[in-house]
Ligand binder design. Structure first.
Ligand SMILES: [Zn+2]
Length: 506
């Protein structure tokens, strides 16, 4: 398995610190609002990576924090005349609900910043002791120039940062590049006791302290959106490595940006979508499938049309699985019957078809795995599944299936469901109860095809055979009547190169 490491700017072989186990940390939400679909994409990407690692045999520990103390939360609380804790509680719950709606699994550990203050204070003390941080009037700052490797993740040069105009000049900082580890509280702000002041932690120290506490350093994978590379992740590395003198995280994975109709998402441009609003009128699984068709590091363009296409693709897969299930459950004639009906060629043909299908399943399974092993290329993985769906579909163009073909079709169906499941795409009704054929088919066949038995599956075969005969003698009225009779019971006839078959409608 190879993955692209932002730190080294190349794909590397993945070697976990402990064989068979993966420790992963994903920067979580700041809970002051509902999350937008750009955030959702990031969390979805890493949910899929986690699922794939697990499917590949790793035991994964997945930690995602909740930033529940922050200026944005405090400002929102002030605007709404509530406490920051109330705002944070509301949007933490909203976040979890939205994650569940999109089929994103809960992390193994979801630490909240406000519950982890002691670990942060401890790390800040360590940095002061090591000469990497200093306190000024109740605030504590990290001395950026004291950490020689600062800039290694984002590839920025410290001298260029210095000349950059974005740095605010604060007379209390020794250097304009220094950033806050602890901030003294202003009146009315949430605050905690510390050696320096009643105050609260800076955002960056949260992730350094919580990942060290729950995963230890170095851990395997640190992930987040690529907007976090600088300064957040750069600062996390500086804090953690300056304190522990060991590597912080071995692999850095960053998800690409999301655009809407090829424009950058922006609140002020009115080009902004909350996940909950998108999910209110579409099937979440369609959004999931759509997002997976772009590699997680590439920019992803969202549009209503693309979402519609993904919905249609999802429905095609589901329809095809339903048809396969039906065909498998109701294979009408056994190989023996084919032989006794003097159709030995058909048995040979079907054996060939079955072997070709089994071959195809193996190939697509391999393609799925090699795509995912190549830096989690979900686009390639989804393509492999779609190709398998097409192949499985053509194998059920025959309503008559011998047992080998029937078994191959069943394996294809199971493989499609399994691989979509690895990507977290849950299908409607995939845990197949076998649909019973209605007994009305027997009555219809008795009436229109002179069928004397009592088996619905046989009745279908008789009806198709009668239709075939009617067509041969150009009795279109009779052929249409047979078709209409089946339609009334909810079945459509599909004419294919390999003969007619019956499928359930819709
Ligand atoms: Zn973080």
């Amino acid at each position: 398995m190879r993955l692209y490491n932002t730190l080294t700017r190349q794909k590397e072989e993945f070697v976990p610190r402990e064989p068979g186990k993966v420790a992963m940390y994903i920067c979580g939400p700041t809970v002051y609002n509902h999350i937008h679909i750009g955030n959702a994409r990031t969390f979805l990407s890493f949910d899929v990576i986690r699922r794939y690692l697990r499917w590949s045999g790793y035991e994964v520990t997945y930690v995602q924090n909740v930033t529940d103390v922050d200026d944005k939360i405090i400002n929102r609380a002030r605007e709404e005349n509530r406490t920051p804790a109330e705002v944070a509680a509301e949007y933490t719950e909203a976040f979890i609900t939205a994650m569940h709606a999109l089929g994103i699994e809960d992390p193994d550990i979801r630490p909240k910043a406000t519950a982890e203050i002691p670990a942060m204070i401890e790390m800040i003390e360590c940095l002061i002791e090591n000469g990497h941080a200093y306190a000024v009037e109740g605030d504590v700052y990290f001395a950026v120039r004291s950490f020689e490797e600062y800039g290694k993740l984002s590839g920025r040069d410290i001298e260029q940062m210095q000349s950059g105009a974005r740095v605010d000049i604060d007379p209390r900082k020794r250097d304009p590049l220094d950033f806050a580890l602890w901030k003294a509280a202003k009146p009315g702000e949430p605050s905690w006791d510390s050696p320096w002041s009643q105050g609260r932690p800076g955002w960056h120290i949260e992730c350094s302290a919580m990942s060290a506490k729950y995963l230890g350093n170095p851990f395997d994978i640190h992930a987040g959106g690529d907007d976090l590379v600088f300064p957040h992740h750069e600062n996390e590395i500086a804090q953690s490595e300056a304190c522990s003198h060991t590597t912080f995280a071995n692999y850095w994975l960053h998800g690409g940006m999301l655009t809407i109709d090829r424009e950058k998402m922006s609140k002020s441009e009115g080009n902004f979508l909350l996940l909950k609003d998108v999910l209110s009128h579409i099937r979440p699984q369609a959004l999931r499938l759509l997002m997976l068709q772009t590699h997680y590091r590439s920019p992803f363009d969202y549009s209503a049309e693309r979402l519609q296409e993904a919905t249609a693709a999802l429905e095609r897969v589901e329809g095809s699985l339903r048809n396969q299930e039906w065909a498998i459950a109701n294979a009408i004639v056994t190989a023996d019957e084919l032989l006794s009906n003097d159709q030995p060629n058909k048995v040979t043909d079907q054996n060939d078809m079955a072997r070709a299908l089994l071959d195809h399943i193996e190939k697509k399974h391999r393609q799925f795995k090699s795509s995912m092993d190549d830096d989690f290329n979900t686009a390639g993985a989804v393509a492999a599944i779609f190709e398998l769906v097409t192949a499985a579909n053509s194998s059920i163009t025959e309503t008559v299936q011998n047992s080998l073909l029937k078994d191959a079709a069943a394996i294809a169906r199971q493989t499609i469901i399994e691989l979509l499941g690895v990507l977290g795409v849950a299908l409607e009704g995939d845990e197949g109860h076998r649909e019973e054929l209605p007994t009305e088919l027997v009555d219809l066949a008795a009436e229109m095809a002179g069928y004397g038995g009592d088996k619905p599956a046989e009745a279908v075969g008789e009806l198709l055979a009668a239709r075939q005969k009617a067509r041969e003698r150009k009795d279109w009225a009779c052929a249409d009547a047979l078709r209409d009779g089946l339609a009334e019971l909810g079945f459509a006839i599909e004419d294919t190169a390999a003969g007619a078959r019956v499928v359930r409608k819709g």
